[in-house]
Design a protein around this ligand. Sequence first.
Ligand SMILES: C[S@@+](CC[C@H](N)C(=O)[O-])C[C@H]1O[C@@H](n2cnc3c(N)ncnc32)[C@H](O)[C@@H]1O
Length: 252
Amino acid sequence: MNDPYKVLAEVYDAVMDHVDYDRWARYLNACLRAHDESVSSILELGAGTGSLAVRLQPMGNYRYVMTDGAPAMVRQARQKVDEASLPIRCDVARFTTVTLQGLGRRDGFDAIILVYDGLNYLTKIDEVRLCLERIRRCLRPGGLAVVDHATPANSEDHDREFFDRGTVGGTSYVRASRYDASTGLHRSTFDIVHDGQHYQEEHVQRPYAPAAIEAAIEASGLYVSAAYDGFTFDPAHERSHRVHWLLERREP
Ligand SMILES: C[S@@+](CC[C@H](N)C(=O)[O-])C[C@H]1O[C@@H](n2cnc3c(N)ncnc32)[C@H](O)[C@@H]1O
């Protein structure tokens, strides 16, 4: 079994073909602008192959650093950023160990973004708290973070088992996904045939209830400016499928 995204990176954009990244970028830009019009530097965590970064960066001519924990995803992102000739720096960094120093910076970022299920890959709430602490330390005082996650209500209201397949160039994949309510975990197995070789990857995610994330935010020292019901400016609620948290680093 390979590490998640080691081989999937090759076909990730095709697997995510249904995702409306333009909508993600418009929504996140609106969130940032509504809460702080002066944002000019952004760090994106868990940015994958950079599909959001290449859309969001030009919306504010942001000074943009995108990171991901999987080197193969960052390689794909670099290629995309180079092809688009955009001033986006791409680095490998993990949620629970990322530091400003590791990114070659002294000053904190105006804004940090971690969206589209990255947080759900941290399957222990202590890891989520650690990640939020890292976010706080990488923000400048007064800085803003947009963090989102999928919830158990989302898993409960959709098919608990999911299956699909596809081919991109010479690479094909079969995905089998299952939510187990007794463990609270989603497991997706990808069978990938790439360059004539067969690989398997298992991706494990934990949907989190908003209350669990709120407690982790409080423990991290960040403050909640708003909790929005997925892609809206309405308050999140118990049955929200996705919650977008607007978080602030208040202390100096
Ligand atoms: C579902 S993908 C989303 C990628 C991207 N945000 C997008 O919208 O296409 C989750 C991403 O989180 C990254 N990831 C998972 N766990 C991580 C960790 N502990 N540290 C850094 N990145 C991680 C994965 O490598 C993957 O690229």
